[in-house]
Design a protein around this ligand. Structure first.
Ligand SMILES: Nc1ncnc2c1ncn2[C@@H]1O[C@H](COP(=O)(O)OP(=O)(O)OP(=O)(O)O)[C@@H](O)[C@H]1O
Length: 246
């Protein structure tokens, strides 16, 4: 379970994330949506202990992400918005390195790496240096790294961005399979079609403020909007922008 307790972040005098309170249940796929600069990556970086919250807390399985980052990382698989790898390692070696860093036995990591490289269509590329990977290949390798220790929680910053349609479909199927195994998934995305298909609930953040939360039906009703998630998202964020201007 993920629990945000009035979590906020101020950069200088700029409120990037205004006090955010929210609970994501175990096994839920939660979509964290918002326009550019809304505060999604800032929130995720606080969840990963990379940024220090200005106030409040975020807990994963009752562990404070800021106070107990190592314990949190044991339970969490994280895909950053722009995965960066050691250039001088091959894809397979990177997975091996990440798995061993999680304390898994070498032989078990080798077996898991082989399976994950196959699942993400990187069997052959596994022997290439990651520096030569395309953006889509880096995303897929990043996802394989996030999954290598079989985490209970996945935190994914824009997992589908930059993937071609086949890779995008494959990744979505993998995420649904993980959710069906009980993995909790917190995913930030701009891709509303994907969010509509994948997510049990979504939260919409705008100018650092959570302006809607719920299932698509719930936020449709709350916003008195109809149509696709994209229609509802545009209505809610336009209204929030008008309120900010007034
Ligand atoms: N280190 C920083 N110092 C000052 N301002 C920052 C810093 N990092 C982010 N910001 C600002 O905080 C706001 C939120 O940024 P953030 O990266 O969290 O947004 P986002 O929702 O992930 O956006 P995008 O969808 O474009 O990736 C933006 O206005 C951004 O310019």
């Amino acid at each position: 379970m993920i629990e945000f307790q009035s979590l906020s972040k101020v950069y200088g005098s700029f409120n990037a994330v205004k006090p955010l309170s929210l609970t994501v249940q175990r096994g839920e796929v939660f979509g964290f949506l918002g326009p550019n600069g809304a505060g999604k990556t800032t929130t995720i970086r606080m969840m990963m202990g990379i940024l220090v919250p200005t106030s409040g807390h975020v807990l994963i399985d009752n562990l404070d992400c800021h106070a107990e980052p190592a314990e949190v990382k044991r339970r969490v698989g994280y895909l950053p918005d722009t995965p960066v790898f050691y250039d001088y390692l091959r894809g397979r070696e990177i997975l091996q390195f990440v798995g061993e860093m999680h304390g898994l036995p070498r032989a078990e990591v080798a077996e898991r790496s082989k399976r994950l490289l196959a699942e993400f269509g990187l069997q052959e590329a596994g022997e290439d240096y990651a520096v030569n990977y395309s953006l889509g290949m880096k995303k897929r390798l990043g996802l394989a790294c996030a999954l290598i220790h079989d985490p209970a929680v996945l935190i994914l910053d824009e997992p589908i961005n930059g993937l071609d349609p086949r890779a995008s479909r494959d990744v979505q199927e993998r995420l649904l399979a993980a959710a069906a195994r009980g993995v909790t998934i917190f995913v930030s995305t701009h891709l509303l079609d994907m969010a509509e298909k994948l997510c049990d609930r979504v939260g919409i953040i705008h100018h650092g403020q959570l302006v809607a939360t719920g299932t698509l039906d719930e936020i449709r009703a709350e916003a008195s909007a109809s149509g696709s998630l994209e229609d509802v998202f545009l209505k809610i964020t336009d209204e929030a922008a008008e309120e900010t201007e007034q």
